[in-house]
Design a protein around this ligand. Sequence first.
Ligand code: SF4
Ligand code: SF4
Length: 87
Amino acid sequence: MPEASKNLQNKINELSQIIYKAVTDLSKCKACGTCITFCPLNLRKFNKDGKAVTINTTQSCGGCTVCVHRCPEHAIKLIKFPKKEII
Ligand code: SF4
Ligand code: SF4
């Protein structure tokens, strides 16, 4: 296998071991719903207190950062976990 392909495969393997989760600072969320509207994987919803959170799932949040950048209150952070820590 050519070196570039090997490096790419290594990167793909590395990324497949990572899970992302978008975490909301609940004190900053103003419940505008923007992150829920724009999440391409439909992983955001309102909790019982009307704040937007990422649903509980073992599925990796895509880590696309759309919600992070769209949130007008800068209330969302993307946290990265090694897969083995949460399985
Ligand atoms: S980072 Fe992307 S996939 Fe993850 S919750 Fe935010 S918008 Fe959805
Ligand atoms: S975009 Fe930000 S302020 Fe709006 S609902 Fe989502 S977390 Fe809350």
